[in-house]
Write a new protein. Structure first.
Length: 232
């Protein structure tokens, strides 16, 4: 069973429309759509925005649906000049940029007592995503790298520079690393797919409104192709 999480309606509604044999169940205020997506048994859910929502959603997928993989789809802000609006970032690892226990000698991003700073994505899902994206989104660039998550919408050059310089991340968003942490704790393979909606700088709030739908569509196209490939 494949678990697919998006934070917002725009990130999952198109997936709902493509599902068949669907059953909907509400848990913790989230609607879990269980059925088939391109022939693959899947559960698609809108988690809501932020790390807490994303973590709760991931644990429900583990406990109630016993998912064997988790894909997190959505939009993000670019942290690197070469990654443009519309391009896609696939996670190699994920880290929480707003975690700071440095006073206890932990490096930025590491949660005390967990024993790990960043969570590695599944190599098989990553390879499949690369292959599918090159096929269904040939007009855009695909990057692999670190995804930095935090409970902040990054919309200033100062914040962007700090996250980039501290974590050498490709993009920043608000859910991925929480999903990655939950997947790691539950030993579930995961992958974050992020389509770039803005440059995470002083123009981010304007770019986001203009490009959000286009960016989300690129992610949906990729996730749908992955589901079809997994069905075979």
């Amino acid at each position: 069973m494949l678990g697919i999480i998006g934070a917002m309606d725009i990130e999952v509604e198109a997936l709902y429309e493509r599902m068949t044999e669907t059953e909907v169940r509400t848990i913790a205020g989230m609607e879990f759509h269980k059925g088939k997506l391109e022939g693959t048994e899947a559960v698609v859910v809108r988690s809501g925005i932020g790390k807490v929502n994303a973590g709760i959603c991931s644990q429900i997928l583990a406990d109630c649906y016993h998912v064997t993989e988790i894909i997190n789809t959505g939009v993000a802000g670019s942290l690197k000049a070469e990654i443009n609006i519309g391009d896609i970032v696939l996670s190699s690892t994920a880290v929480q940029h707003d975690v700071d226990a440095g006073v206890f000698s932990y490096p930025p991003g590491e949660i005390p007592g967990l024993g790990i700073r960043e969570f590695p994505a599944d190599e098989k899902l990553l390879a499949l995503a690369k292959e599918c994206c090159e096929r269904v989104n040939p007009e855009i660039q695909v990057f692999t790298g670190r995804v930095a998550s935090g409970d902040q919408f990054i919309d200033s050059k100062e914040k962007k520079t700090r996250i980039h310089d501290t974590f050498d991340a490709c993009c920043t968003e608000m859910e991925g690393a929480a999903i990655a942490q939950a997947a790691w704790l539950n030993k579930i393979p995961y992958l974050i797919i992020r389509s770039i909606s803005d440059k995470a700088d002083d123009s981010a709030h304007m770019d986001y409104d203009v490009f959000e739908a286009k960016a989300a569509a690129n992610s949906v196209r990729l996730v749908t192709a992955m589901a079809k490939a997994l069905s075979h």
